[in-house]
Design a protein around this ligand. Sequence first.
Ligand SMILES: [Zn+2]
Ligand SMILES: [Zn+2]
Length: 393
Amino acid sequence: MAEGQQLKQRAAADVDRRRQELIDLSLRIHANPEVAFEEHQSAEALAGFLEANGFAVERGICEIPTAFRASAGSGEPRVALLAEYDALPGVGHGCGHNIIGTASCAAGIALRPLVEEMGGTVLVIGTPAEEAAGGKVYMAARGAFDGLDCAMMVHPGNRNTAVAFALACLELDVEFEGKAAHAAARPEAGLNALDAMVAAFVNIGLVRQQLRDSSRVHGIITDGGQAVNVIPHRTAAKLLIRSEDDEYMDEVLKSKVLGCFEGAAAATGCGLKYRWGEESRYKAMRTNRALADAYRANVEWLGRKVMDQESHRSMGSTDMGNVSTMVPAIHPSIAIAAQDVPVHTVEFREIAASEAGHRGLVDSAKVLAMTAIDVLLNADLRKRMREEFRGQK
Ligand SMILES: [Zn+2]
Ligand SMILES: [Zn+2]
């Protein structure tokens, strides 16, 4: 598609022309890390950048002060680039979201003059709180991703991949209610809520063997009793359960994990209270393969070799999973670090502000713009994306 190639080169040239401006913006966000829902300055820096470059910007969408939506062009198709910009408590931008936010805005800005020629709408949607609480979960429930042809973002990482695997993730809060008693003088008068909690964790350890490979169950005890000479009358824990498959989570995993707590309650005579955090549940990522193939061709054209997609299955979770159940979506990774450097570390944080990070930023912006051009121009691609998406439902 010669026309497409020429438009892609124009978009890439726009990103190159702004290279220093993009790096400065990324470094500014990096130097001022703001955690979930507190990303006021980061969101404003990005929204202001889009506004200064011809986008119509709505701030505070979905009743979230640090969310925004910027749009350029009009009508269909409608392509959304998602911007994340929250940091981690303590580690700062150890997940490189300074790069994600800047790259999606840069791609949008490069596309703006082109959508006027091609037709269609490009949106940059600012999505806070990926690292905690899951801003996209709330935004999805409030319609932020309705009516889109696709949603895309690129995450910096330690590999170049086109297909993301991310687990559904659900929080569980539990509490055991026993009966306090003097631990030495009258232990037989008590009901030991800590015994119940220990038994439940042992049960989970045993049940784990019978779970599907990709399942994860992990937790912490948040209240293990108050005094060593008192039989604990109350204990509490918080767990996350994860699965590659939302159906397996609903039909198997939840009841198996709950059974571990119910069994412990029966064994110790303690009462059990629990609460599933369904309202903040992360869904499993459904990468749209047709869109991922377009992405892959573009990123390889930029000179990055994409890893065999199935051989590396990242087992984290992301709120992009929820978006991927609503519209065709991709969440590829672009390498800025060596394979042995994990995200969420101080080392990765430093790389996110380094020359390798800047190269990842520039390539992310280019590949997002190029892939958006494919979607905007190619009706057959859109049809394949839609059909695949419907088949996944
Ligand atoms: Zn992260
Ligand atoms: Zn991240």
